[in-house]
Design a protein around this ligand. Structure first.
Ligand code: MG
Ligand code: ZN
Length: 218
């Protein structure tokens, strides 16, 4: 009983800060997505492809969540964009206060799109609102086709599913129809993209959609 109360208070506090983040981001006309996946699904490489593809057409910033190291933010800073690294030192998810701190380091006035790369973990990140417009869950073909059934909250709370590493389909036991079907059985309204961040397949479709979500303001 005590544990449940503490948990609820933590989430209530988180949701208050998340709403503040959302109000501020929306007031600045920023479209914000929160990227969730297990470790190694290709979130950072996808972000690199997005920056290559539409970095000149939209003003983009990223917040990187990792348990340790600044490696991912360094990869993205090479594109000349604001990249803030949050190191959770063991914490397995981002929360709204961590993102609020990171937002203080980003000039939101000219920003069109903010991508928050959550800590690689399909469990608790799905339960924490950061103030984003939507969660995007990334499942890679190397994880097989059953993850939506085993980690349903991540797929239920997301608006978009990106199935990544499609180039590896010939080599891994993953049935694309089953993966899609499992995801849609958990969340019938998921919008699904199929990509290979490695070869670039599917990136134009994903980026076209992202640009529609984040119109450049005059
Ligand atoms: Mg990463
Ligand atoms: Zn966690």
């Amino acid at each position: 009983m005590g544990i449940i109360t503490i948990e609820r208070n933590v989430l209530e506090k988180n949701d208050q800060v998340a709403q503040r983040n959302r109000d501020m981001l929306r007031a600045h006309g920023v479209f914000t997505c929160n990227l969730l996946s297990s470790p190694g699904a290709g979130k950072t490489l996808l972000l690199e492809r997005i920056l290559e593809s539409i970095g000149a057409k939209r003003s983009i910033a990223v917040i990187e969540g990792d348990v340790q190291t600044t490696l991912d933010a360094e990869r993205l800073e090479r594109f000349g964009i604001p990249a803030v690294q949050i190191i959770t030192r063991g914490g397995c998810h981002l929360d709204a206060p961590l993102v609020e701190n990171a937002l203080r380091q980003i000039d939101l006035t000219a920003l069109d799109l903010l991508c928050i790369e959550n800590v690689g973990n399909l469990v608790c990140p799905s339960g924490y609102d950061l103030g984003e417009d939507m969660k995007i869950v990334i499942a890679s073909t190397t994880e097989g086709d059953d993850k939506p059934l085993k980690y349903p909250a991540a797929f239920r709370n997301a608006s978009v599913l990106i199935i990544n590493k499609t180039d590896l389909l010939p080599h891994v036991p993953c049935d694309m129809a089953a993966l899609r079907g499992n995801a849609l059985s958990v969340n019938p309204s998921l919008k699904v993209f199929e990509t290979s961040a490695f070869t670039g397949a599917g990136i134009p479709e994903l980026c076209g959609w992202l640009m529609e979500q984040s119109p450049r303001r005059e």
